[in-house]
Design a protein around this ligand. Structure first.
Ligand SMILES: Nc1ncnc2c1ncn2[C@@H]1O[C@H](COP(=O)(O)OP(=O)(O)OP(=O)(O)O)[C@@H](O)[C@H]1O
Length: 256
């Protein structure tokens, strides 16, 4: 099924408490590329990601992930997910954290060599080799989030869902991580869905889903977005689309 998109959503709606957080959205995430999910705080990015990885309740509409309905048990080992809150054990070292998760993913003595290789590679990927034996509790916020990313890289998942992975990182680390994301997509053929509210990161994605208030304003490439809106940057394109959406909303109100 390599021709099917990694994610296909149609009329996807999510209710959280009293709020309809996603309002019948349609989008696709193509395989082997980096799709950026951008929009202001609270617009529903995390909710959309939780739906894709199958941890969100009250999801209606169609949501297919890697050819299966979202949340299907077969998808568990095929998706890597990093939330905004790093999930690491403070009283274990970086390597021990990874050993622990690797053992869950690939249990048994026979897989010990494979696990060791995967753990070492994941630590190298996120540039934590020099901290491999440091307790996670003694790491900086940015380092802890990279441990979480390393955990998600174990087992070489086909789809990586990363919720604001570069928050709080310095510019050099941010650049290095984006290079790593491109490497994972380009060399390993994985699909990445990455959220951010930093618009300059949008320029680094192959495709963009621009969100606002539970709706998708655009599902396109950065180039096409800039051209379509006669803008120099994705940020300007986004603002243009927001203004258009507000104007369309007003027009609807007055014709009622
Ligand atoms: N348990 C809940 N009950 C009711 N509303 C909720 C609940 N959880 C989240 N929300 C609301 O859903 C909306 C979308 O939240 P979500 O976390 O998906 O946004 P986000 O775009 O990821 O924001 P951020 O960038 O700040 O993480 C927000 O307005 C939030 O207040």
């Amino acid at each position: 099924m390599p021709d099917t998109p990694a994610v296909r959503a149609a009329d996807l709606t999510v209710v959280r408490g009293p709020r309809t957080v996603l309002r019948g959205v349609d989008f696709t995430v193509p395989r082997g590329q980096i799709t950026g999910l951008l929009g202001p705080s609270g617009c529903g990015k995390s909710t959309l990601m939780r739906s894709v990885v199958g941890t969100q309740a009250k999801v209606t509409g169609t949501l297919d992930v890697l050819g299966r309905p979202a949340g299907h048990p077969d998808l568990r080992t095929r998706i890597g997910y990093v939330t905004q809150a790093p999930s690491v054990y403070d009283d274990l070292t970086v390597r021990q954290n990874l050993d622990y998760f690797a053992a869950i993913l690939r249990p048994g003595r026979a897989a010990a060599d494979r696990r060791r290789e995967e753990v070492t590679r994941a630590i190298t990927d996120v540039d934590l080799t020099s901290h491999a034996d440091a307790l996670a509790g003694n790491l900086s916020g940015g380092q802890r989030s990279r441990v979480s990313l390393a955990v998600a890289l174990l087992g070489a998942p086909e789809l990586l869902v990363l919720d604001e992975p570069t928050v709080g990182l310095d510019p050099v680390l941010r650049r290095d991580l984006w290079n790593l994301f491109h490497d994972i997509a380009g060399r390993r053929g994985a699909t990445l869905l990455i959220s951010s509210h930093v618009m300059d990161e949008a320029e680094r994605c192959h495709r963009l889903l621009l969100m606002r208030e539970g709706e998708i304003l655009a599902d396109d490439t950065p180039d096409a977005l800039r051209t379509r809106t006669h803008s120099d940057t994705v940020e300007a394109a986004f603002l243009h689309l927001v203004d258009e959406a507000i104007a369309a909303g007003r027009a609807k109100e007055t014709t009622r």
